[in-house]
Design a binder for this molecule. Structure first.
Ligand code: SIN
Length: 490
């Protein structure tokens, strides 16, 4: 598969600032590579603080006019963008597969998933209501109105190059905010193509600005946004360590933050669960995007009485997964994003085996396919001495822990600083209510492994962050409430 697109103009190498495509300061650039082959894909702008500043200048200039547009005008703009994203699915999916590694079918699915947030927030734009507060004194009227928060900085990860940036930009634009955005260093091409489509949809200059950057320069660029009081909000998806850094560094200008951070999701299979359904749910939740998802189950707790049977069923399904590059039409699992990722996966599996894990499937690198491939893996006899019990593996590894008691498994499931997603399978209705309430996470899958939806609130508790993306709640993070008190009324 090559970078030849049906519409070659969607392959962008420069920054998008104030409606223009411009090189980074000093013409700096860096190389984006294909994780399947390590081959060079493209050379893109390597932006630094000056470019971040130029993006903020443009977003600040554009804010007053965009803020004053009618919600229906913003909705119409988002709907045009949505239609263009869908119309260019093949090119976007191809860019995404090449720079991120996910199989083409999955990349097409992500285009539809990301676009669904744009359509959703087009509708939400027209529902930004305020309140007239019941009177407490004669002659006075009190009102609460909602206003866009201002310039928003969106910083996104590599695992979903389209969906993560779409679900930040769409609510920001719907609310009347302007945006400066930086996609992950490994995967800027899909995001830049999205910006090109927003421009084609007719988005006014400066309303959306996007810069790409390699790691160190990206840190400097983001530091500029953190210190700039014109940027009123940061929305970030990525690691907890970086999220904490952003919270600390933005304290100087007290920005509003939405942080969608790491997880360590438990997946619990009770003795009365439908085992076939639980295996199917786990396949969806764990192996989507090769296990590189923050809501992926990281610790699978299976009741002792069904443990061996569940392990057998799962290992059979996992061994049948087809691994290969996006060019392979049969591929269900692609390469991991880079060498750091594959080294971490190998380290977790080796450590688990050294601590007594039994390999039921996989358990090795697939060097014959390339540097970044790891076999989908099932490990039995996992225990809490293993690194993978407390660190997110972010790869196609399913470790099975054994449990016997409901209270005990809930305690262990919650025994982590993280709280993004949890899943459980049971056919007992009373247990459903009990367990769902006790799990300390922002998202709970009950007899269901596919939880993400544009209509649902996505986000965590504890060190998995705060703020919600998608749903009717997703717009609130981009709005502030203003209280109006009118006196002198008759
Ligand atoms: C993520 O991994 O950050 C998001 C996954 C999703 O939208 O399901």
């Amino acid at each position: 598969m090559s970078l030849e697109l049906a519409r070659g103009e969607l392959l962008r190498h420069e920054n998008f600032i104030d409606g223009k495509w411009i090189a980074a300061s000093g013409n700096a650039s860096y190389v984006v590579t294909n994780p399947a082959t390590q081959a060079r894909l493209a050379q893109v702008a390597n932006s630094a603080a000056a470019d971040a500043r130029a993006a903020t200048d443009a977003a600040s200039r554009a804010l007053p006019a965009w803020r004053d547009t009618l919600p229906r005008e913003r909705a119409a703009m988002l709907n045009r963008w949505h239609a263009l994203i869908l119309a260019n699915t093949e090119d976007l999916a191809r860019l995404m597969s090449l720079e991120q590694g996910k199989p083409l079918a999955e990349a097409r699915g992500e285009v539809a998933y990301g676009a669904s947030y744009v359509a959703w927030f087009a509708e939400e734009a027209t529902k930004i209501y305020g309140d007239i507060i019941p009177q407490t004194q004669h002659g006075k009227r009190m009102m609460a109105i909602k206003e866009p928060i201002g310039v928003v900085a969106a910083i996104t990860p590599w695992n979903f190059p389209l969906a993560m940036i779409a679900r930040k930009i769409a609510p920001a634009l719907a609310a009347g905010c302007t945006v400066v955005a930086k996609p992950a260093e490994d995967t800027p091409l899909t995001a830049l193509a999205l910006a090109a489509l927003a421009q084609e949809a007719g988005l006014p200059d400066g309303v959306l600005n996007m810069i790409s950057a390699a790691r160190d320069e990206g840190i400097a660029a983001v530091a500029d946004w953190l210190a700039d009081d014109r940027v009123r909000k940061i929305t970030f998806t990525g690691s907890t360590a970086v999220g904490k850094h952003l919270a600390r560094e933005s304290a100087g200008t007290l920005k509003k933050l939405s942080l969608e951070l790491g997880g360590n999701a438990p997946f619990i299979v009770f003795a009365d669960a439908d085992l076939e359904a639980a295996v199917q749910g786990l396949m969806l939740a764990k192996f989507r995007n090769g296990g590189q998802t923050c809501v992926c189950p990281n610790r699978i707790y299976v009741h002792d009485s069904v443990y061996e049977r569940f392990g057998e069923l799962l290992a059979k399904r996992v061994s049948a997964l087809h691994v290969g590059p996006a060019t392979d039409a049969k591929a269900q699992i692609g390469p991991m994003i880079n060498e750091r990722a594959i080294d971490k996966i190998a380290k977790h599996v080796d450590d688990a085996v050294a601590n007594g894990a039994r390999v039921l499937a996989g358990g090795k690198r697939l060097s014959e396919l390339g540097l970044n491939y790891y076999a989908p893996t099932v490990l039995a006899d996992a225990n809490d001495a293993m690194v993978l019990c407390c660190e997110e593996t972010f790869g196609p590894v399913a470790p099975l822990f054994r449990f016997t008691d409901e209270d005990e498994v809930i305690r262990i499931a919650n025994d982590t600083p993280f709280g993004l997603a949890a899943y459980f399978y049971t056919n007992d209705v009373r247990r459903i209510d009990r367990v769902a309430r006790k799990l300390e996470t922002g998202i709970v899958g009950i007899n269901e492994g596919a939880v993400a939806s544009e209509a649902a609130p996505f986000g965590g508790v504890k060190e998995s962050g705060y703020g919600r993306e998608g749903s009717k709640y997703g717009l609130d993070d981009y709005l502030s409430i203003k209280y109006l008190c009118q006196g002198g009324l008759g």
